[in-house]
Design a binder for this molecule. Structure first.
Ligand code: UDP
Length: 369
């Protein structure tokens, strides 16, 4: 299980892929799969062996110039390949390292194990790699939604064995928990970035009179005071926040809390009337969606990316193609039964469901070599 050199597993704050790896590994091991984790030395997840070349997270290195950091991923990938060869008993490599994982593992030999590489991101990235990819019959990919894969370049799609929706530990036993008491606020949960549409949500909140709370970092800044201390930045998400979102943040109708971590995050989401997704991009996997449902909060959004696969319109949320319909749907969300969303999450988005689906894909990959 290759989680890469950037953050520990589980991460101590923001870390989408590392969180999914931490969610997947325990139920895989319960199913009897032995897991060797490739990560950084400070990872604390229970595994059969930890392989690492870096003792600590390399994410902070990403701020440095390319010619000073371009050895990080090769060093990590080299350690993965060495461990695979030295152990000699690895049946399959499940890789999560963007671009570099796919390309280096495609260079493994015929005697090495096959690879399943999970595509966690927007597949319009890396057109030179994805548009020409050749896995030699030993490297396969999976998406995190059907929509994400359907938009992939043909060469990459030819290597796809299917998709696996994301999961959350919050879905475990969600159908047995008491539905939460609801407040009146609406939440947008995620990085503040144009694709997530916080500016649209904030404008609608003012125009239509609903209270909106934004939770999530702006680039590397996790709190309003961290961001306020920065005068100039070439981070595009900082520019987006300052120009398009901040003018609406008045501390009353629209508030920005910075990154909110569990358990405060879960209380914030559970108490919300709805989680809003005014998306401007095809959201590939949408962890925030499955988390909201598990916490009994309907998701109201634009029907982009994975949302139609995760949200049952009229039952666990509302989706529309028209942004001017969002305020009425936010209003209507108060009438949906939170227990429906929680039952759906317990049925579809638990770690055990995700692990069982990955085992199916592992079997498909193993059968193909
Ligand atoms: N998140 C969080 N606190 C915040 C904002 C986001 O813990 O203030 C978490 C969120 O709950 C989710 C993850 O960060 O688990 C974001 O993953 P998602 O797939 O929703 O979006 P991505 O950032 O990967 O596009």
């Amino acid at each position: 299980m290759n989680a890469g050199p950037w953050l520990p597993v589980p991460p101590d704050g923001y870390g989408g892929i590392e969180n999914i790896v931490a969610t997947l590994v325990p139920p895989l091991r319960e199913l009897g799969v032995e897991v060797v984790l490739a990560s950084v030395g400070s990872s604390t997840l229970d595994v059969d062996e930890l392989v690492s070349v870096f003792p600590s997270p390399q994410f902070p290195q990403l701020q440095r110039p390319y010619n000073q950091v371009n050895g990080v991923v090769p060093a990590h990938q080299h350690a993965v390949v060495r461990a695979v060869r030295e152990r000699g008993d690895i049946d399959l490599v499940h890789d999560h390292v963007e671009a570099a994982g796919l390309s280096t593992l495609a260079a493994l030999g015929r005697d090495d194990p096959p690879v399943l590489h999970t595509l966690h991101w927007d597949l319009h990235k890396h057109p030179e790699l994805y548009g020409t990819f050749e896995g030699g019959g030993r490297v396969w990919v999976n998406g995190v939604s059907a929509n994400q894969l359907s938009r992939a370049p043909e060469a990459l799609r030819a290597h796809a064995v299917g998709h696996v929706h994301l999961a959350t530990p919050l879905a475990d036993g969600a159908d047995r928990r008491r539905p939460p008491d609801k407040g009146d606020h609406v939440v947008i949960l995620g990085r503040i970035t144009p694709g997530k549409g916080q500016d649209l949500g904030a404008r609608l909140a003012h125009e239509h009179g609903f209270d909106l709370i934004l939770a999530g970092p702006v680039g590397p800044y996790h709190s309003p005071s961290d961001l306020a201390a920065v005068s100039t930045s070439d981070n595009p998400d900082v520019a987006y926040f300052r120009e398009k979102v901040e003018p609406y943040v008045d501390g009353r109708r629209v508030r920005w809390l910075g990154t909110v971590r569990p358990p405060a995050r879960d209380d914030l989401v559970a108490g919300a009337r709805a989680v809003l997704a005014p998306l401007r991009w095809a959201e590939p996997g949408g962890t925030f969606v499955v988390e909201a449902l598990a916490l009994g909060t309907p998701v109201v959004g634009l029907s982009m990316g994975c949302l139609p696969e995760l949200v049952d319109h009229g039952r666990t949320g509302f989706l529309t193609a028209h942004e001017d319909e969002l305020p009425d749907l936010v209003e209507a969300a108060a009438k949906l039964d939170p227990a429906e969303a929680m039952r759906e999450a317990a049925r579809r988005f638990t770690p055990a469901v995700m692990a069982a689906r990955y085992v199916e894909l592992y079997r498909a990959v193993l059968a193909s070599v």
